[in-house]
Design a binder for this molecule. Structure first.
Ligand SMILES: Cc1ncc(COP(=O)(O)O)c(C=O)c1O
Length: 339
């Protein structure tokens, strides 16, 4: 096992031993290729560079107390990767090849999997981009798949901590019927100005509203939003947000914990009615929200007044992480062991 300061790792890039690549040329995907280089050779006219033909995924490998390595719902990431490819007319990376690539890259970098109890995990980043040369705006005829891993530290050092968020009214991340539902690079480029401005103001993230009417909550930077009232978990339905696998899982977990769930439009004013609120995604599972500021409307919404996450949030959080680390039986069939 690598001798890293696991508890203090950032959510950043650390070099590991190997990554895997695969190339689509002459109408077919080639074999997986293992590489120890962190660099890729790219054609100067690749569509991934010019026209944003790029999609990615993010999932994690968890080390259990029993020494087993667990992947959480990797098939959902594989399926979303297909959808993202379809969304920007890239060649699909087959689910079986995706499975083989992520399992292999985890096995090859076993010494970088953080130990159980450190709160750190091995983050897996598959990506796909148009590597064929085009000058006109059209899909490439060649594609490159890469998957690398990097150990990442606990999202909250020193325990899960409520954060502040800022409602963004001057930047739209994605338009209805645009690409917001796909995990493509362009959405993240579009979100950068809002994210950086929010962080500069001391907020964990920007909350985006629906681009058309600015009436409903869309999502919180790179995470889905949820609010809780009357023992009900409520999360936005929108045609411009990424369908979070964590969110889907929290909805299923809520069912088994006797918490009701609703996926529907969430008007901004409803923020005043929630007893708890949070953002969910692979990185943190849940970031409880302490406070949401809406400076343009001169409004502040406060939760977690005692500085601690709410009880429903904690129940859901504990349920999910205990399954991810294998502390409790996986009643949903979400875990695959990497042998
Ligand atoms: C825009 C956006 N929304 C939501 C999420 C959360 O999705 P997941 O739970 O699948 O990580 C992510 C992260 O992948 C994201 O980038």
């Amino acid at each position: 096992m690598e001798n890293l300061d696991w508890k203090n790792l950032p959510f950043g890039y650390i070099k590991t031993d190997y990554n895997i690549r695969c190339f689509y040329r002459n109408g077919k995907w080639g074999d997986l290729e293992v590489s120890s280089s962190e660099f890729i050779d790219i054609h100067i006219a690749a569509t991934g560079l010019h026209y944003g033909q790029e999609a990615f995924e993010g999932l994690k490998a968890y080390m259990g107390k029993d020494g087993k390595i667990r992947l959480f719902r990797w098939e959902e990431n594989a399926k979303r990767f297909l959808k993202s490819a379809d969304g920007i007319l890239m060649e699909r990376f087959p689910v079986e090849k995706f499975r083989e690539a992520i399992f292999r890259v985890v096995q090859l970098n076993k010494r970088f999997i953080p130990p159980y109890g450190s709160g750190a995990t091995l983050y897996i980043r598959p990506l796909l981009y148009g590597s064929g040369a085009e000058v006109g705006v059209k899909p490439a005829s060649e594609y490159t798949f890469v998957v690398f891993v990097t150990p990442v530290g606990p999202y909250f050092k020193g325990g899960i901590k409520p954060v502040r968020m800022l409602i963004c009214r001057d930047v739209d991340r994605a338009a209805p019927k645009g690409t917001g539902i796909f995990k493509v690079g362009g959405n993240y480029a579009a979100s950068l100005r809002a994210g950086v401005a929010a962080k500069a103001g001391g907020y964990a993230s920007a909350i985006f509203l629906d681009a058309k009417r600015k009436k409903y909550i869309d999502e919180c930077g790179p995470a889905n939003f949820f609010g809780i009232k009357n023992n009900t978990y409520i999360t936005p339905k929108s045609e411009s947000i990424l369908k979070s696998i964590t969110n889907m899982s929290l909805i299923e977990a809520a069912g088994s914990l006797g918490i009701r769930t609703e996926r529907r439009r969430v008007p901004v004013e409803e923020l005043a009615e929630f007893a708890e609120a949070g953002a969910c995604g692979t990185a943190a599972v849940i970031s409880p929200i302490a406070r949401i500021d809406d400076p343009v409307k001169n409004k502040v919404y406060e939760y977690c007044r005692d500085g601690k996450p709410g009880p429903v949030t904690m129940k859901l959080y504990n349920k999910l992480i205990s399954i991810q680390y294998g502390d409790v039986p996986d009643e949903f069939g979400w875990i695959t062991i990497v042998e």
